[in-house]
Design a protein around this ligand. Structure first.
Ligand SMILES: [Zn+2]
Length: 291
């Protein structure tokens, strides 16, 4: 499953390529993807995409009747879930990303193509999803606000302040990893990045949150943000085979210090990295330098 940095890379590409384009026709090839919005074809026909935002891993497309409109009149929510991809094609050139793509994915449409957005200038946006967990949904600005309000503070957003970050630890008895993975409390961090942030902060992911010192929480505040921002700058982490064809190739996996490094020496102290199952997820840490 792509994590937030990979989705942010997709967002940046879509923003560059679809904003200002007019939707001439929408073709739904599998109704499950638009299960919440059976009228999506009529809702989008003749409209413009004017913005592409993101919260957590949820893409949010602003839709309007004119491309010069500043405030979207409706929104389309889009989630890649396990195997979704957005691929934009114009003049044989393909741009996009999401779940791993093989060469055959580039002959479009193919059997996993679920929705096609044909633009008035001949370009096309494809939504492919092998396992059909992804979705596209049309919502009003009010509904969009309600959905966005269910997400917690997020590294890179205005609400990510030290004060708000310290607040999320209050009256909690879970482990650090469980807390940082809880998207309603803090959004954007996935399994890889929680392990990395904990290693940088020299704190074990399985620590009870009520045992953390203020200094440790402050370290976590900075490292949770830094690890996400660095991954976005590197185009995401490639071992989820995030691919795009306009030169953005995720290479953050080269910078991972603990994730997927079980049995290898800790880059800080040389001790062997251990992998355990915690909070239902494969969890990597250094037993020597993480307390
Ligand atoms: Zn170590």
């Amino acid at each position: 499953m792509p994590e937030m940095p990979e989705v942010e890379v997709v967002r940046r590409q879509l923003e560059k390529h679809i904003c200002g384009r007019k939707v001439e026709e929408v073709v739904v090839r599998h109704p499950k993807i638009v299960r919440h919005s059976p009228h999506i074809v009529e809702d989008l026909r003749g409209k413009y995409f004017i913005s592409v935002e993101r919260i957590g891993k949820l893409l949010t497309f602003g839709i309007a009747r004119s491309k010069s409109t500043k405030q979207p009149e409706t929104y389309m929510l889009g989630h890649l879930k396990m195997t979704g991809q957005f691929i934009f094609v114009e003049d044989q050139q393909k741009v996009g990303g999401g779940h791993s793509m093989t060469e055959s994915d580039f002959e479009l449409p193919h059997r996993h193509t679920r929705v096609m957005f044909h633009f008035s200038d001949g370009a096309t946006l494809y939504f492919n999803d092998m396992r059909l967990f992804g979705f596209l949904q049309i919502v009003t600005p009010k509904e969009k606000g309600r959905v966005w309000a269910t997400y917690g503070i997020e590294p890179g957003r205005e609400n990510y302040t030290l004060e708000n970050f310290l607040q999320i630890f209050k009256n909690r008895k879970t482990s650090l990893k469980a807390l940082l993975l809880n998207q309603k409390v803090i959004s954007g961090l996935g399994n890889i990045y929680v392990d990395e942030a904990c290693h940088r902060s020299q704190v074990r992911p399985q620590r009870r949150v009520n045992s953390l010192t203020k200094t440790e929480k402050e370290r976590l505040f900075h490292n949770c943000r830094d690890v996400m921002m660095e991954s976005i700058e590197h185009g995401g982490t490639t071992f989820y085979s995030f691919v795009s064809s306009d030169g953005v190739k995720g290479n953050f996996s080269q910078h991972l210090e603990v994730f997927d490094r079980a049995g290898e020496p800790c880059l800080r102290c040389g001790y062997e990295i251990e992998k355990i199952k915690h909070a239902g997820r494969g969890t990597h840490y250094c037993p020597a330098c993480q307390k």
